[in-house]
Design a protein around this ligand. Sequence first.
Ligand code: DGJ
Length: 541
Amino acid sequence: MRQLTILTGLISIISFGAAHADEAPQLQRQGTATQLIVDGQPFLILGGELGNSTASDPDYLKPLWPNLTAMGINTLFVPVEWDQIEPVQGQFDFHVIDAAIAQARQNDTRLVLLWFGAWKNSMSTYAPAWVKQNSTTYALARDNTGVAQNILSPFDPDNLKADKTAFVALMTHLKATDSHHTVIMVQVENEIGMLPVVRDYSPAANAAYAGQVPTTLIAWLKAHKAKLDPKLEAQWAAAGYRSQGTWIEVFGDSDATEEIFQAWSFATFVEAEAKAGKAAYDLPMYVNAALNRPDKRPGDYPSAGPLPHLFDIWKAGAPSIDILAMDHYWADFTDWARRFKRYDNPLLIPESNQAGFHQAPGNAFFAFGELDAMSFSPFSIENLPNGDPLIETYATLKSLTPLILAHQGKGTMRGFRAPVTLDGKVDETSQTFDLDGYRFSANMIYPWMPKDKQDLAAHGGLIIKTGKNEFIVAGTGITLTFKDPNGRDQIGIEQIVEGHMEEGKFIEGRWLNGDQSHQGRHLTIPDGKTSILRLRLYTYR
Ligand code: DGJ
């Protein structure tokens, strides 16, 4: 009888585990972090995004896989083109995406699909010919002089209907065919934003701008008043915290108000398609933002995308979108990444600069270590040069993944890299933070090599508290020193051991003492080398 009970217990544990592993990818909170769950387990995306046209021919993509897998990526971000899947209205052809899924599965790699639908980098060049050639039915946005732009107007219900129909067909197809969950997430549209003016000035848009601010937006502002983006809050405050009125009455008469208005129109369009897409197949969904340059006006940069100063508008307008993601193409990574992580928004980086690859190691360590990022992913990954330092970084992060995932959202992990200004100047000030009662100073300079011979912008690392006075440190080109935050005691290095990770466990290699710790003064990892070290500290007086 007792044996039977034990056996029944075992069966229920096993079947519960299996059912969970079968579920579609989803998001789950762990402490202050949001994790992506794939096959029932937390998943860290060490990704890369393909160039826009690479996957449009399966025969072109196929020979690239050995190189892609050798880079150590576990996820590939792959476009799906509306014009390619619906060349004739209502007739769908998914053979290109089916091929990408089959190839990814053969190469043990997951996919994030990028829906290049109504908008791709502001423009509507991925709309099928039957849309492009019929602007009577599918209305275009207009600039402030009434000139039509190659941008579908978000104010035209026919545009929404056509895009949504195709998107739902895609999600329905995935649900029916991707039983192994090769596709783990979907990006809805690509870098939405109005150009070359702040908003759409089509007749429908102008009528909406003269109308009332929707009550759902006002309700969001009121419910989140204490947590609103400061710029938005100031705008609403200056107009008297009005709870009804036109856009100008509620937010004032400015470019910023027109951008808010346009963001609302994009967000509500995307909400309708994401909601319908999720009803067909409930996968995590995000939208990505082209960053605005600080000295530019909306319209000079793609206006009204899911940018930090518009997060409240996007969150209120598109609740079916799980994440507002950051495409990062220039400095300063640290500042932008911090802004994209918010109490209601995890950090997801679907694209980072190809030309800035040499900054990628530091950026990846910082994003995962400091901000619990769900993903890091350079753009045009198929063109990553052989031997790029990112490959070693990904190998290191892959071996650390179980540890990183276990520590996300718990306050037991920090990341660091040097901020880089817009003109490429590296800030050499040490980054200081507290962990486990110690104050750490992280310097992104290797002390035993001339500074001008080092690639300071590539340097960075992370540190995880694995026990009392014990840490795992990983990174490249870093130097760490330690202090008592209260200034009472001295902090000494008990031991530094170089090693590697196997299934979440640290395997010891060289013991680093003497010259390698500057006789107990610091922990350092050379420029051009990526290491995992176990550090133990102690206190003396
Ligand atoms: C950002 C876009 O999202 C990508 O699709 C691609 O066009 C890159 N820019 C090119 O740099």
